[in-house]
Write a protein that binds this ligand. Sequence first.
Ligand code: NDP
Length: 453
Amino acid sequence: MIVSVNPANGKELARYELHDDAFVDNALTAAANAQKAWRRVPIEERVGLLKNMAKALRSGKSSYAEMITREMGKPIAESEGEIEKCAYNCDFYAEHAARYLADEPAPSNATESVVEFDPLGVVLAIMPWNYPFWQFFRFAAPAFAAGNGAVLKHANNVPECALAIQDIMKEAGCPDGLFATLMIDASKVADIIADDRIAAVTLTGSTEVGAIVAAQAGKALKKQVLELGGSDPFIVLADADLEEAAKVAVKARYINVGQSCVNAKRFIVEESVADRFVELFLEGVAKLKIGDPMERDTNIGPMARENLMSGLHSQVERTLASGAVLKTGGKPIEGAGFYYPPTVLDNVKPDMVAFCEETFGPVAAIIRVKDADEAIRLANQTEFGLGSALWSTNIERARKLARDIDAGAVFINGMVASDPRYPFGGIKRSGYGRELGIYGIREFVNIKTVWVG
Ligand code: NDP
């Protein structure tokens, strides 16, 4: 049984029966069969499905957005933005997929030699609750365009969203069986990964679960893409535009109530401008409106689950106990729902919890450094390597420093965000593989050499 809870008031929303083993077995057979037919459909026709997915998303936008907010507490305006972004991603790949996967000549001494991009088969997608639509559609649009099928094991705190995705695919005209949502417990995943009908696995989630899934997929020798945790640095150098940096920093930390892998989490600031930056940052934080996530002007709704909130609070307490300075926030808001206030911790040092661990919620850690070299060193002193931001008015120098940052992305004078036009993913314990852009669509393909003598 899956029980969903509204994080804004802690009350039960609904109960869902789990799918049994026979349902899963049928779904895998159906997906494998449907994919064999789908791979023969020319890509120019396959992208028609993506266009219809975009239409279905847009036509149900307000109801899907409410679903997201109801189940995981994201402020409604951000939920609507999520649905729009999913639709844009489908349109984007509908337009570019055929070019991204066109045969590539590989000139040699053969009469003809060429690289083809064939589909892999059925991909198991294990997805998290923090962007319950985006995480799936980010993967699915390119995967279907490339000729793959998919089965989805979604996070069990967003079951209504998981089933809505199935409805959207049906409404879009997805061939029978090519896609299925599986309402299953995480303990059932290992057998599915090992199943011959599954060709590959994609997971967005925690580093801990990433390591488990990677081991299972590795044992079965199956291709994986892993998008895991992050502890992104947001570096502010002395010559940065501080007003703009602080404004963007507040958004970069608190969007999605701080529950994104690419939220800025560690604010590494040159000492000479740190007092001013902290002052501006706190001014921005004070303007954030905490409240009912269904209200349009709310910036900070509840966190998605009670255990996520208590885990975050423990991280704050341990960081303070080791000497950090609390500037604002710092303990759960009393009353119904899983509300944690925007919290700012100053004078955080590299051995403190808020520096070493990912903080998945509305908590900012300010780290003061003596110069740019120390900033880059500390930015890299983490097990993660997803995104990063670097603020400086000297672009030439910033470009040079960006080379030294160990991350899948460096945004200079901006905040990290995923976008179908460029690749997204991490290094180190943030995972491997890439989503989005041309690199994303080429993950779940068989890069096949065809050689004609
Ligand atoms: P999890 O990593 O536990 O959940 C992500 C997905 O993996 C869910 O679908 C979950 O299903 C599934 N899952 C859990 N355990 C297993 C398993 N043993 N085998 C296969 N699949 C499994 O994240 P949480 O929701 O528990 O969040 C914990 C932390 O993870 C956060 O605080 C954050 O640090 C990180 N996280 C990172 C995300 C990102 O975007 N990179 C997104 C979400 C979380 P089920 O719901 O049934 O457990």
